[in-house]
Design a protein around this ligand. Structure first.
Ligand SMILES: Cc1ncc(COP(=O)(O)O)c(C=O)c1O
Ligand SMILES: N[C@@H](CCCC[NH3+])C(=O)O
Length: 415
């Protein structure tokens, strides 16, 4: 089966299962396929098998414990951005020695927690952070493994909100001053310089920007060697896109092979990948029920029970995700805006979709396994939805739907 089984993934092939799941557990709900998740992870590993490598799944894409545990069992490492994400990795049985820690605002407490759990590396995003990590490591009397996240000033040609490798973005350290920062790191106490990393953005549909950034980084690795600073790994970040609509991003094997070719001149350097979306997006769907069909002066709306609080990407980035009927009907299609219950005009899951549907029907938003549940909220006091994993013939509830009580569990009224 294709890596991007966009039109025919394991879940869609089992429409009856999706309908049963909705009947049993209610809607909206996220439904994931373990088989797809595993296949996507292996696509990276298999393609990189001839180079010393580590795939560190980006936890932010989908941090459910069952998802992390599934990947941990395959030997995955993890890219984290908070103490909470590290705690999830530990709870899910992940190996902390395979964890890299990214993010621009690591606190004293987060750094100490990561050091106590002996993570593989801190991806350092500023000189001030470097000093803080050195300080915390000295307090704990340990050495902190570090890599500098360089900002290579490469245009990733993606949505401006998810572009991270340009000088106007907050991420990383200007590649032009990186040598000086490495020299500074070499002189600070309790730091072990391990590697270098970059991450130029998300949902990239071409390999060229990755290669352009990697070439700059390889030149820097060589320059650092002339200063006696030897690196043992190069972390190329995540960012490989998926086909939500007509875009045709490269298959992971193509992407990985171009990267390994580029890195062939540094055969002893470990290659780290941080994919999130490419592993999780097309392993999940959001299932929602049509509550009402409505017409305003010729404009058709399908009002569904999932909203922007459940899946934010369409509202936040005007992202397009395919929407299909779980049980297609024969008949005339209508052009609908698929909108949710939230009191915001921007609350939509899709616009201008031709569908043949009736109230009560189930529809599925595809490619929703990444940045779906993790970006959901309780806005409008809507309980967060259930997450379900299809695992061969078995179906597991991997997160219960929140109850109304859950909404105010941590609140109180004034005395
Ligand atoms: C540092 C870092 N690594 C990895 C990722 C994962 O990105 P993606 O889901 O696009 O693979 C992100 C998110 O963009 C990130 O910020
Ligand atoms: N949340 C974004 C991706 C951001 C990646 C994090 N750096 C999305 O849904 O596309």
């Amino acid at each position: 089966m294709d890596y991007f089984n966009y039109n025919n993934d394991e879940l869609y092939a089992e429409q009856a299962k999706v309908a049963d799941i909705a009947a049993q557990f209610g809607t909206p709900c996220y439904v994931y396929s373990r088989a797809t998740l595993e296949r996507h992870y292996k696509a990276f590993c298999d393609a990189a098998s001839h180079h010393n490598h580590l795939v560190c799944y980006a936890v932010k894409a989908n941090s459910n414990l069952a998802i992390l545990n599934t990947l941990a069992r395959l030997g995955s490492g993890f890219d984290i951005v908070s103490k909470g994400e590290l705690a999830r990795v530990i709870k899910a049985g992940g190996d902390t020695s395979k964890v890299v820690f990214s993010g621009v605002a690591k606190t004293h407490d987060e750094i100490a927690f990561a050091l106590e759990h002996k993570i593989k590396c801190f991806n350092v995003e500023s000189e001030a952070e470097l000093e803080r990590i050195s300080h915390v490591a000295s307090e704990l009397d340990v050495n902190a493994p570090i890599s500098i996240r360089v900002n290579p000033d490469i245009d990733a040609k993606t949505h401006p909100y998810i572009s991270t490798g340009l000088k106007e973005n907050k991420f990383g350290i200007d590649i032009k001053v990186a040598v000086d920062v490495y020299k500074k790191a070499a002189n600070l106490p309790n730091l072990d310089i391990k590697g270098i990393d970059f991450h130029i953005g998300s949902q990239l549909t071409e390999v060229e920007p990755f290669i352009a950034a990697l070439k700059k980084v390889i030149a820097l690795v060589k320059e650092l060697a002339t200063h006696g600073i030897k690196l043992s790994h190069v972390d190329v970040g995540g960012g490989l896109g998926v086909p939500y609509a007509q875009e045709a991003p490269p298959h992971p094997s193509q992407y990985v092979s171009q990267i390994t070719q580029c890195l062939a001149e540094l055969p002893n350097v470990e290659l780290i990948f941080e994919p999130g979306r490419a592993i999780a997006a097309n392993a999940g769907i959001l299932v929602t029920q049509v509550e009402y069909l409505k017409q305003n002066q010729g404009k058709h709306f399908a009002i569904v029970d999932a909203g922007m609080n459940d899946l934010l990407r369409p509202s936040l980035y005007q992202a397009w995700q395919n929407i299909i009927a779980v049980k297609p009907r024969q008949g005339k299609t209508e052009n609908y805006d698929i909108v949710g219950p939230v009191c915001e005009t921007g609350d939509f899951l899709g616009k201008d979709r031709d569908l043949c549907i009736e109230a009560g029907d189930l529809i599925a938003v595809r490619s929703a396994g990444a940045y779906g549940f993790t970006m959901s909220s309780n806005y409008n006091s809507r309980p967060r939805v259930a997450e379900i994993m299809v695992d061969g013939e078995q179906i597991h509830v991997i997160r219960q739907r929140e109850t109304i009580d859950d909404l105010y569990r941590n609140e109180c009224t004034l005395p």
